[in-house]
Design a protein around this ligand. Structure first.
Ligand code: GTP
Ligand code: SPV
Ligand code: MN
Length: 589
């Protein structure tokens, strides 16, 4: 008798009409075949899917150019279709599930004609952990199939685990007509289904990532008592060899991957990588918060990644072996067949094609798309933590939240307690980046870096955070960071990258109550005496400037937070209104 997966795949094939159906086993041989198909056979908009790069310098690496109208997540076309609009919340686009399915059925009819449908069985999370999620995505592009093999635990083992059961999460993806007017990324939390058509790019198409592991998973977490967060997971080893684990949520293109692979500028300190984008957080039997990364790969921002800023990532990208490394929308050096992007090297190579494959003329435009990315397996990362494969995850000592703020927000501060931390996280803002298709540099509220990824009403999400805090025997302290504060000339005040270890050191010491802090209205900032300045080559005054809080300039912040909170009406927990009143009183005194 056909299994539930087979029945579902058959039903999808009847609707989408592919010329062939291929069940992916996840083998290396299959990956080679997918690459060959992408180079020689499959075309997207008349162009090959992959171009082979220089394998001496960048082993097993390939370039993919996506359609120019399809270069980032499209938040305006992303919908969360709970039966009730109220459950979806004002933070998301909503459509009634029946109406959404009608539209998607119409757009999907025959959408895979002439193409192969790849069936990708995969597990999000460690398969031996009770929190692992069994999933199946279908797609009609070799790029998505190959990327999912890097990003998830994909193949026969996953299919065997699913067996005949019906309780798997479904992802239905087709690039369709690649037309923004016929593009939708629809989530059906009640059916454990994501249905995406019209885009082949990143978070719109690699459904294991934001769609399943954040939007659907956050809703599961709400119902089951855990959290799915847009967070990295790192271990910080001190000179004595002690390792403490932290999670950090920063909005898209605000420094997660760089922080996850930080190479310390302080002697004796090391950062171990466990995840660079998504963390699932559970309360352990010991009453502590435990984190694990459901993914197996990095899908990171290329521009800005260099041997100076993120040497670990550059080395990871050059370590392609069993898993290939894919570059999407970077430039191409035609003399050497190497990928290139802004800041990879200090000067432009003499002969470059831009991200669309046109001859690049310096000064006119960017060579690489600002949201150009790489896809690489975590197994190639030299700083991967030994605990990566521990099904229990790692116990968390502190939570970091942050954003991209040119002004106002200090380099680092600590919240007074869990409730105050949740409040500060709920009112957090960040300037928009090229990770999504919208105007960049616009300040918007982005609570816990989850605005585009929370699969339900964010007022309820805040209540959920408060509830988790009450259940924890020892709630981790909550900290805030901002690497992006600028001086009057528009230059970053803080050098960032490897120097961020100084901030992490202060944070770890605060979790052990061994470093000093000064109280402000907003929270606790470092006492400069307990902040490591040794070897830092910026003036002490500049460091003090990065810590400074101009309490007179918080009006706008308060106003924005107030109108943001109002949107959630009765879903907004009373505790956060209370915290708001306390802060408002302090600031207006
Ligand atoms: P997503 O993959 O979209 O989730 O992005 P991310 O949060 O992982 O951001 P990533 O680490 O890729 O960094 C995004 C951009 O910010 C890159 O261009 C980095 O070079 C830059 N960046 C990261 N960390 C720092 C920092 O400490 N200081 C400064 N000035 N820039 C940084
Ligand atoms: C992000 O935008 O946060 C990303 C890229 O990590 S995407 O997978 O496209 O969502
Ligand atoms: Mn990243």
């Amino acid at each position: 008798m056909a299994s539930e997966v087979e029945k579902w795949v058959e039903e999808v094939a009847r609707q989408t009409e592919p010329k062939a159906v291929h069940w992916c086993d996840g083998s290396e041989q299959e990956a080679r075949r997918l690459i060959e198909i992408g180079i020689k056979e499959e075309k997207i908009d008349g162009k090959p899917v992959f171009t082979e790069l220089n394998h001496t310098k960048w082993p097993n690496s390939y370039l993919h150019r996506s359609h120019p109208s399809d270069v980032a997540r499209t938040e305006n076309l992303t919908f969360i279709c709970h039966s009730s609009k109220e459950t979806t919340g004002p933070n998301n686009n909503w459509m009634a599930p029946e109406e959404a399915k009608k539209i998607m059925s119409r757009l999907s009819r025959g959408c895979m004609k002439g193409r192969t449908m790849y069936v990708l069985p995969f597990v999000m999370g460690d398969p031996d952990s009770s929190s692992a999620k069994l999933c199946v995505q279908v797609t009609d592009t070799s790029y998505v199939a190959l990327s999912m093999r890097i990003m998830t635990r994909m193949g026969s083992t996953a299919l065997n685990r699913i067996g005949k059961q019906s309780g798997f999460i479904k992802g239905l993806h087709s690039i369709g007509a690649l037309d923004p007017a016929r593009r939708f990324i629809m989530h059906f939390p009640e059916d454990n289904l994501v249905w995406s058509i019209g885009s082949g790019y990143g978070g719109n198409a690699l459904l294991g990532k934001k769609c399943i592991s954040l939007r659907l998973a956050s809703w599961m977490g709400f119902n089951e008592g855990w959290l799915a967060e847009h967070m990295i997971i790192i271990g910080i080893e001190d000179p004595k060899g002690n390792i403490d684990y932290l999670v950090a949520a920063l909005p898209s293109a605000c420094g997660k991957t760089n922080l996850a692979m930080l190479r310390s500028s302080l002697p004796g300190y090391k950062v171990w990588t466990l995840g660079d984008d998504i963390a699932w957080l559970r309360i352990g039997e010991d009453g502590r918060l435990w984190a694990s990364n459901p993914e197996m790969g990095f899908f990171g921002v290329a521009p800005g990644t260099s041997p100076n800023t993120n040497p670990v990532m550059v080395e990871t990208l050059k370590a392609g072996t069993f898993y290939p490394t894919i570059f999407t929308n970077t430039a191409l050096d035609t003399d050497t067949s190497e990928p290139w992007w802004e800041d990879l090297t200090s000067a432009y190579p003499p002969h470059l094609l831009d991200w669309q494959g046109n001859k690049f003329i310096p000064g006119q435009n960017k060579a690489a798309h600002p949201n150009s990315r790489f896809t690489a397996s975590v197994l190639q990362c030299a700083t991967l933590s030994k605990k990566f494969n521990d099904p229990a995850g790692v116990p968390i000592s502190g939570i970091i939240l942050g954003g991209r703020r040119s002004n106002l927000i200090p380099l680092v501060y600590e919240s007074f307690d869990w409730q105050h931390g949740v409040f500060s996280g709920a009112m957090m803002g960040s300037e928009t980046t090229a990770a999504a298709a919208h105007k960049t540099g616009i300040l918007r509220r982005d609570p816990m870096a989850m605005l585009p990824f929370c699969g339900y009403n964010m007022g309820d999400y805040f209540s959920h955070w408060l509830k988790i805090g009450k259940k924890l025997r020892k709630a981790p302290k909550i900290f805030f960071v901002n690497w992006f504060r600028k001086d009057a000339d528009g230059k970053f005040l803080w050098p960032g990258f490897g120097e961020n270890i100084r901030v992490l050191k202060w944070i770890i010491e605060r979790t052990k109550e061994i470093s000093g802090a000064k109280e402000t209205h907003i929270g606790l900032v470092p006492d400069i005496k307990s902040f490591e300045l040794d070897g830092l080559n910026i003036p002490k005054e500049n460091v003090e400037k990065t810590f400074s809080i101009d309490e007179g300039k918080w009006d706008n912040e308060l106003n924005e937070a107030e109108s943001f909170f109002e949107k959630f009406g009765p879903h907004m927990p009373a505790e956060l209104h209370e915290e708001f009143d306390i802060l408002e009183k302090k600031l207006k005194l």
